[in-house]
Design a protein around this ligand. Structure first.
Ligand code: 5RP
Length: 235
């Protein structure tokens, strides 16, 4: 039973990823997310011999992109090539960012970071003109917050940040045997009040020692592709 659900979920992840590939044009600079859904996107770009540059959001996606024959670069290198428009400091660097999510609500707020890559994911998403989120139906929720919110924290600040999160009503669990690509720890937090995701995202990032949290409300995706029974569609 669980096995066949796993199989159909994989088919859904792949269907969403392949639909996102249809948005890709030859000369684009692409941002690559992280995780088991975006893996299908990266592999398909490789199969199609995508000729443009890609900026991965993690070491894992970088390795997969290289293995798939893609031209990997960094945001710093892209910046040296010049912005598209004068004064275009953010969205002009990357044309399209494609990534999965752990939860998505009806107004496109996300929880991300199940794979621990949330900080670089948010940086690349924020540097992108367009962000397309690809999910299977299990990720759609009426309200964010069932999935434990990943918070990337400086190891030095663990005790302080934990107590601040607890003050906000959070139950905090440190992710075991895990270090982010930036050398930090992840605290997975349940019990926070998600009635205003934008406000919560900002409040958490104002705690000294928090590097980033996994709420994507400031930088929401422009489009969400959701897949059910192997059929992908725009949400
Ligand atoms: C990694 C992420 C992923 O996008 C998120 O965890 C979804 O992953 P998957 O596609 O494997 O379900 O935020 O940090």
């Amino acid at each position: 039973m669980a096995k066949s659900k796993g199989k159909s979920q994989e088919a859904d992840k792949k269907a969403a990823a392949l639909m996102a590939v249809r948005e890709v044009k030859g000369g684009m600079k692409l941002g690559l997310g992280t995780g088991s859904t975006v893996k299908y996107f990266i592999e398909e770009l490789g199969r199609k011999k995508f000729p443009g540059l890609v900026v991965p959001s993690s070491k894992a996606s970088e390795d997969l992109a290289k293995k798939s024959g893609l031209k990997v670069t960094t945001l710093d290198e892209v910046a040296k090539m010049g912005f598209k428009k004068a004064g275009d400091m953010g969205g002009g660097l990357i044309d399209l960012y494609v990534d999965g999510a752990d939860e998505v609500d009806r107004t496109y707020n996300l929880i991300k970071g199940g794979g621990g890559a949330l900080t670089r994911e948010k940086v690349v998403a924020s540097a992108s003109t367009e962000f397309v989120c690809i999910v299977d139906e299990s990720k759609a929720v009426a309200k964010l917050g069932k999935f434990p919110l990943p918070v990337e924290v400086l190891p030095f600040a663990k005790a302080f940040v934990t107590s601040e999160l607890e003050e906000l009503g959070g139950k905090v669990v440190e992710r075991k045997k895990f270090t982010t690509d930036n050398g930090n720890i992840i605290l997975d937090v349940t019990g926070l009040d998600f009635s205003d995701p934008l406000q919560l995202e900002t409040e958490l990032n104002n705690i000294a020692g928090v590097v980033e949290n996994g709420i994507f409300a400031v930088r929401q995706p422009e489009r969400v592709i959701i897949s059910k029974k192997g059929k992908a569609q725009y949400m």
